[in-house]
Design a protein around this ligand. Structure first.
Ligand code: 0O2
Length: 213
């Protein structure tokens, strides 16, 4: 595997991609706010996968060092959180229409949830980073999920980390029940979506100060 310095230069374009895309995706949210429209994006986060996790994943999947770039698709990861399940489709459509990235794969773990109970929509895209040595394409994985899906995934991720992936049966059962509850919460919120959006529009007009735009 690579030396410390080699990892630094290998990961540099991924850091660049994550920083750029966080700014761009957060900019999409600001555009909606400026136009007083409901934003399908609630908030955006991003991270570069730590070296130890990259090595772990490569070992687990039998990926050789020369294939990491091609086969580990989530070294650069972005997450876009939405209030409503319906917003996820809008966000994916916006991604499909962007000129600055090329989608190469979509994984719909919402229609087809994982056995763990995990739900999220994953988009893998090729993104060009401008480097001093010219253009370099990196893969980025964009996870789009509701706040409820994110809450569940964050908790499940921490528990799996704590128990090194071997969850005790009772916790496993609770997580499955929590996944169902998160699903029902999303359904309930969808049913009163218009009501909520109207309330949020009134609220944001009331809290708008003349120089807040
Ligand atoms: P981290 O810490 O988020 O970086 P695989 O990893 O084998 O399941 P693949 O092909 O790499 O599959 O891609 P996939 O499933 O589209 O995306 C993997 C990422 O999705 C994970 O990254 C998680 O972020 C998220 N994810 C997938 N399944 C689950 C799950 O059951 N629970 C939670 N909490 N997150 C999940 P990493 O590398 O696992 O971790």
């Amino acid at each position: 595997m690579m030396e410390h310095q080699q990892w630094d230069s290998f990961l540099a374009p991924y850091y660049q991609a994550v920083e750029e895309l966080k700014v761009k995706f957060r900019g999409m949210r600001s555009q909606y706010e400026r136009e007083d429209m409901h934003s399908p994006i609630e908030f955006v986060t991003g991270r570069v996968k730590p070296v130890a996790s990259i090595i772990n994943k490569a070992n687990q999947k039998g990926i050789s060092a020369s294939k990491i770039e091609e086969e580990i698709q989530d070294i650069a990861g972005l997450r876009m959180m939405c209030q409503f399940v319906e917003d996820i489709r809008s966000v994916v459509n916006m991604l499909r229409n962007r000129q600055d990235l090329e989608i190469i794969e979509e994984r719909d773990y919402i229609t087809c949830k994982k056995d763990s109970g995990y739900r999220s929509y994953h988009v893998v895209a090729k993104y060009p980073v401008q480097t001093v040595n010219g253009e370099k394409f990196v893969l980025v994985e964009i996870q789009i999920r509701t706040l409820a899906m994110n809450f569940w995934a964050t908790i499940e991720h921490s528990l799996n980390y704590k128990y090194s992936g071997n969850l005790p049966e009772d916790i496993n059962m609770r997580l499955q029940r929590a996944a169902e509850a998160a699903y029902r919460l999303d359904e309930e919120m969808s049913l009163i979506r218009e009501e909520i959006q109207e309330a949020q529009a009134v609220f944001s007009r009331k809290t708008d100060t003349p120089d807040s735009k």
